[in-house]
Ligand binder design. Structure first.
Ligand code: EPZ
Length: 420
């Protein structure tokens, strides 16, 4: 297994072009199942999960081709298979995003239940609650969720018990072809939900309210293919902004939507960074002394859970104590054990971590456990004294496009060592 090796201490400087958002691309690829035709999708990040969902679409009968370095052509004319193989689904829980579109188009969808993952149990009960409200017959057997409906789905009011990003996406996609109106209450308002709604509306759907907690979908008889550009990845951008902060650097991320990261920018300013925004770029100048800042994760527009581990790495070097509370996932502190091995002072009580800043971190041999934890360890290594290696970087490759080359281009001493 590959690992990433870093010699810390370099101050990062320069600019980084941000790639398309993984968490926008995955639902947008799934949405192509809703309508026959050819879809052109651009600004797609070069990630393992994109290759996985491409294989999944092909299992359903679609033809998927990469055009150039970041565009895809998806022909969903012959989508006629409703079952996803366990071997594929087990590698990517976002495969559950096929449930809503397949059910709406074919009247049937069978996908193996996503097991838990490192950060939590992550059930899909809310997805199924919504799809059942639209008329699906839901069966759970042999580790599969098997959905079917005779004829069209029927619009309904769905009040979600939990704010769930992919849950609202699944229900919204299914509702576009239902008979009548669907109203989803307590809906997630993430930018990726809005991006999906924009794509569905360009396919002929009638969706209003995406981005707010109440989304209304008036079902239509059929949808058509479209062309889509994927929005920039606010979490990749946030990760590089923290890289600038933790190294006392001066980094500009370009091709971003500043308002997608407003809460993070506020926290970066609170810890002493100088943050300069323009229409599609953000410049972050790291402070000489990092001030401690408290963070509690919450659904958009709150502080994103996907930035919690990265921000905690920054707080390990603050001049004081900060309190970081994780409210979205029940086990998203696995980076803490490895940060401690670098000399960080972190005490955990339930879903709250108290981080007492230390004068410096020391490089160490580390092991990644999940996508954002591995990013956190990379960031700590950039600031640590000496050599850090992070193994199991396949976690990193799921969500970051060539992260080591992007960091090396702005001054990091970082390289990937291929497993022998
Ligand atoms: C999406 O996951 C993202 N993934 C996650 O990003 C992100 O952390 C998460 O939203 C929260 O913002 C994709 O978009 C592919 P949820 P999702 O449903 O939709 C519970 C990354 O690092 N829940 O919003 O799976 C769930 O267990 C990844 O890029 C239920 O209980 O997350 C969690 O505690 C990690 N029942 C909370 O809700 C359900 O039916 C939020 O989960 C659904 C969710």
């Amino acid at each position: 297994m590959d690992k990433v090796v870093i010699h810390g201490g370099n101050r990062l400087a320069g600019q980084i072009k941000i790639s398309g958002a993984k968490n926008a691309a995955l639902p947008i690829f799934a949405a192509t199942l809703l309508a026959p035709g050819v879809f052109e999708i651009s600004d797609v990040p070069d990630l393992k999960d994109i290759r996985t969902i491409s294989k999944l679409l092909e299992e359903f009968g679609a033809k998927v081709g990469k055009v150039g370095s970041s565009s895809y052509r998806i022909d969903s004319e012959n989508v006629n298979h409703h079952e996803a193989s366990y071997d594929l689904v087990k590698t990517m829980r976002a495969s559950c995003l096929a449930l809503g579109p397949l059910l709406a188009r074919l009247g049937r969808a069978k996908v193996s239940l996503p097991g838990g993952c490192a950060i939590g149990e992550r059930p899909i009960d809310q997805h199924l609650k919504g799809l059942q409200a639209l008329g699906a017959d839901v069966r759970l057997e042999h580790g599969y969720v098997d959905l079917r409906v005779n004829g069209r789905l029927t619009g309904s009011r769905v009040t979600l018990d939990i704010v769930t990003v992919t849950g609202v996406m699944n229900i919204m996609m299914a509702a576009t072809l239902a008979e009548g109106r669907t109203v989803i209450e307590n809906a997630a308002g993430e930018p990726e939900v809005v991006a999906l709604a924009d794509m569905l509306n360009s396919m002929g759907a009638e969706i209003n309210g995406a981005g707010s907690s109440v989304i209304t979908i008036d079902g239509v008889e059929e949808l058509r293919s479209t062309s889509v550009r994927i929005i920039p990845d606010r979490i990749e951008a946030g990760t590089f902004m923290v890289a600038s902060a933790i190294t006392g650097g001066d980094v500009k991320v370009i091709g971003v939507v500043p308002e997608h990261g407003a809460t993070l920018l506020e926290k970066l300013r609170d810890c002493g960074c100088r943050v300069t925004e323009s229409e599609n770029s953000i410049r972050v100048e790291g402070p000489d002394n990092i001030a401690p800042v408290n963070v509690t994760t919450s659904p958009f527009p709150g502080f994103p859970t996907d930035m919690q581990a990265q921000f905690m790495a920054l707080m390990t070097l603050a001049g004081g104590a900060s309190v970081i509370t994780e409210t979205i996932f029940e086990n998203r502190f696995m980076h803490i054990g490895e940060l401690r091995r670098m000399g960080a002072d972190i005490k955990v009580s339930g879903n709250t971590a108290v981080v007492r800043g230390v004068a410096g971190l020391s490089g160490a041999e580390l092991m990644a456990t999940d996508l954002r934890a591995s990013a956190s360890l990379i960031l700590a290594g950039l600031a640590a004294n000496g050599r850090t290696s992070v193994s199991r970087v396949y976690h990193l490759d799921r969500g970051y496009e060539h992260i080591e080359s992007k960091l090396a281009a702005i001054g990091a001493d970082i390289r990937r060592e291929r497993a022998t």
